[in-house]
Design a protein around this ligand. Structure first.
Ligand code: ZN
Length: 250
């Protein structure tokens, strides 16, 4: 079953990679193709990591290399899917299925936000609806907890965006971040959304600091907030209550 979930993760990764290229270009989902010459990729390159392993990670027609993002997403999702099966299996519960979908959504948001500074409505709106519906059927969360969490995430990031844009100039934080925060609040619920926001701020501070002192980014450069929210959300969903108990016992 673990192998099955790893394979499922590779396929989900291939789908996320394709959506991550098509959706920001305002296209419907296309078959995998080379962005340089437009030729469709052969089927054996639809999941790209074996091509990397074989040293064949390039377009057979024009020789353009396949970008590293593709195998990273595939392997990342495969690892996450195997891990979710280990911690949420061995029964195929609704929670497990929903978390598989959430993982793919987070991967897609990471791709579009880090590559193009875009968190698309076409991703966040259906995701919010899914999270709200899931709150009625997943045992660990109630619909009122989800709605309250979503409202807190939304308002916190809305205020941060308004203040941030006043202080740092417009565009410091976008509407996509605010909607992502609402989605994250809907899936973690109240009170865990509070923990998510704290973890998001810590992740943002630590990673920004490391990027600044290593010179990878300059102070005025844009750093996307979406990935920090995703990090905060994933940690909360996997370890939220143990962390809260540890914190309250201090
Ligand atoms: Zn090509």
């Amino acid at each position: 079953m673990i192998i099955l979930f790893v394979l499922l993760g590779f396929l989900a990764g291939a789908l996320v990679n394709q959506l991550g290229s098509d959706l920001p270009a305002r296209r419907e989902l296309t078959r995998p193709h080379c962005p340089y010459c437009g030729r469709e990729r052969p089927t054996w390159q639809w999941v790209t990591w074996p091509a990397f392993l074989l040293g064949q990670a390039k377009c057979p027609s024009c020789g353009a290399p396949i970008r590293m993002r593709y195998p990273l997403v595939e392997i990342g999702l495969a690892a996450m899917y195997a891990y979710l099966w280990i911690i949420l299996g061995p029964a195929l519960t609704i929670k497990l299925l929903v978390y598989l979908v959430y993982s793919a959504i987070f991967a897609l948001i990471l791709v579009t936000d880090m590559e193009r500074r875009l968190i698309l409505n076409v991703v966040t709106y259906p995701s919010m609806l899914l999270a709200l519906v899931a709150s009625f059927v997943i045992p660990d969360i109630t619909w009122w907890s989800a709605l309250l969490g979503g409202a807190i995430g939304f308002l916190f990031f809305l205020i941060a965006a308004v203040v941030g844009n006043r202080v740092f100039g417009s565009g410091a934080m976008g509407g996509g971040d605010v909607k992502l925060a609402a989605f994250v609040g809907l899936i973690t619920g109240f009170p865990l959304i509070i923990e998510t926001l704290v973890l998001t701020i810590i992740a943002g501070a630590v990673i920004s600091f490391v990027l600044l002192i290593t010179g990878l980014r300059k102070r005025h450069n844009y750093i996307p907030y979406g990935p920090f929210l995703v990090i905060g959300a994933v940690i909360t969903l996997l370890k939220g209550y143990p962390i809260a108990e540890w914190f309250l016992s201090l």
